[in-house]
Every structure is written in C-alpha cells, then in structure tokens.
Design a protein around this ligand. Structure first.
Ligand SMILES: Cc1cc2nc3c(=O)[nH]c(=O)nc-3n(C[C@H](O)[C@H](O)[C@H](O)COP(=O)(O)OP(=O)(O)OC[C@H]3O[C@@H](n4cnc5c(N)ncnc54)[C@H](O)[C@@H]3O)c2cc1C
Length: 264
C-alpha cells in the first residue's frame, strides 16, 4: 500500500489534515515509517510541518524550549544542554539520534521513550495548538491525542541536580531494561528538599515514582537513609515484558539501579 505525504507550513494547517482517519504525523519517522514498512495498514497518510520553529532550541533565563522536531543529536551536542545530553545519547545509535525527535519520543511506547522519562522528571510542559499541559497529563492521555505537539518547555536543571540512567543489555545502544531520571534539590546540610523521579519501562509509558519521591524527602543520600525510598520504588509499577527482560526482572532490578543512581 502506498503512503501519501503532505507538508504544511504551519501546525494549525497540519492539525486540520491530521483529523482524517489513517493520517499520522511524521516526526523523524523512526517508528511510524518503520511500522508502515512492516505492513501497518492503519497508516495511509502522513503529514509534516515545515515551520523552522519546530526545530528550534531556545535557552534563556534558565528556561528551555525544545521544538517538537528537535532531534536527539541536536540536544546531545548543544553546549547549554549538557545536563540533558546523557538522556538524548541514550536513544538508539547515531543514525537513529539524527532522526529521532522530541515529539516522537513523547509517543514512543516502552521500552522506548527514554528522553520522555527525562522530560517527565523535569515536569516539562507540552505545547500544542490547544495550549500547554503538564507532561504527566499529556502522557496519560496520549493515546487519544490528535493534536500535534509543537514544543516542550521546562526549567533548565543544574547538572549536579539532574541524574539520568539507562540500563540496557546490549552496549552501547541497546533498548532499555529500564531508565530512570531524577531531579533532586538538596538543602545546605545535604538532605533532599525536593525529589522528582521518573521511570521508563515500569509501565507502557514513563511514570513518576511518587512513593519513592516522598520517602526521599529529608534524607541524606546515604545507603541507610535511601533504603525506604528504594523499598517504595516499586509502588504502582506494572513493568513491561519483552524479549529483553520480563516484568518480574525489571521490578527486581529497579531498586538496585535507583540506589546506584541516588548514590552516584
Ligand atoms: C533501531 C531503533 C532503536 C531505537 N532505540 C531507541 C532508544 O534507545 N530509546 C528510545 O527512546 N527510543 C528508541 N527508538 C524509538 C524512536 O527512534 C524514538 O523514540 C524517537 O524519539 C521517535 O521519534 P520520531 O521522531 O522518529 O517519531 P516518529 O516515528 O516520527 O513518530 C512516532 C509517533 O509519534 C507521533 N508524533 C511524532 N511527532 C509528533 C508531534 N510533534 N506531534 C504529534 N504526534 C507526533 C507520530 O505520529 C507517531 O505516531 C528506537 C527506534 C529504532 C528504529
């Protein structure tokens, strides 16, 4: 079956075309074109937007705006986004990173979506033509979303307060057993004043580890004090099973890797 591709100058024009059944937005195409090539007949038309704003990275006054078409490679090499580079570099190999976009990563089902895990820990806002919404709300409703994501916005984390870890079996570019992102603010005495922890592969999409976040408050990052947070990390998770790892295995190793990330 042939695929029709239409290019629009603005998100608004493309949004209208996207409402037709069988029509999907084309980001970098690493998932949607692969699916079509593999015989997914639910896709008949692709739409894309040529607006250069979608590929723009803006960093100003401690705020970051990433257009939805910004690629993982562009983030990884941006001098002001060093804190996010490990999450961007975690996505596939160099060829994939040159095409894989921020917008597409928000829709990527587990075990993909490593960059979206980082955005969730940063509590990013997702911008569409209908306005903006917290990423957690966006992810919860993404299967029903028919709106084009234009950008994501968040406060730039300090390198020392943001941590990201992807665990894979095939190095250096295997898909995730799990991924974890943590934004930790600490008081002068070293205790955790606020914690935002996001997990990949612990559900079909990135999720927050809220019980672990709460258990970390007021703790110093020592093995003894983080133990309750590690015990709580599995609360609410429904890990995926795939050829890389079973749900059981992913749940077993989550506290081990969260502990390593917190103590690193
Ligand atoms: C070999 C290989 C390895 C991979 N490894 C990883 C990995 O390690 N980690 C990882 O996270 N991912 C990985 N991926 C998955 C994928 O490359 C990334 O998740 C990527 O970020 C998806 O972005 P894309 O622009 O290519 O999405 P596309 O394929 O263009 O789109 C994916 C979906 O999102 C929708 N979409 C895209 N952009 C928008 C938008 N702006 N607004 C609304 N809807 C949109 C599309 O309609 C489609 O439904 C891998 C893929 C392959 C083929």
């Amino acid at each position: 079956m042939s695929l029709a591709l239409q290019t629009f100058p603005t998100v608004k024009d493309a949004n209208a075309a996207l409402q037709a059944s069988g029509t999907r937005y084309l980001g970098g195409g690493t998932l949607v074109v692969r699916a079509a090539n593999e015989g997914d007949v639910s896709v008949s038309d692709l739409v894309r937007v040529a607006d250069p704003d979608l590929a723009r990275i803006a960093v100003s006054g401690g705020k970051v705006k990433l257009g939805a078409s910004v690629t993982m490679a562009a983030i990884a090499r941006h001098p002001e986004l060093a804190a996010l580079a490990p999450a961007a570099r975690a996505v596939g190999g160099p060829a994939i990173r040159n095409m894989a976009t921020v917008g597409g990563n928000l829709f990527a089902p587990a075990p993909y979506g490593d960059f979206a895990v980082a955005l969730l820990a940063l509590d990013a806002a997702v911008v569409t033509a209908n306005g903006e919404m917290p990423i957690e709300t966006f992810l919860a409703g993404r299967d029903r979303s028919r709106a084009i994501v234009a950008a994501v916005e968040f406060s730039l984390p300090k390198t020392e307060s943001f941590r990201f870890l992807k665990v894979s079996r095939v190095k250096p570019k295997g898909i995730s057993v799990l991924s974890i992102a943590a934004l930790l603010q600490r008081s002068a005495d070293g205790t955790v004043a606020s914690a935002s922890i996001a997990l990949g592969c612990m559900a079909d999409r990135p999720m927050r580890a809220k019980a672990a976040e709460n258990a970390l408050l007021g703790c110093k990052l020592t093995s003894e004090e983080i133990a309750p947070a590690l015990a709580a990390a599995g609360e609410g998770i429904t890990p995926i099973t795939d050829p890389i790892a079973s749900a059981w295995y992913r749940a077993e190793v989550l506290p081990v890797h969260l502990g390593r990330l917190l103590l690193s």
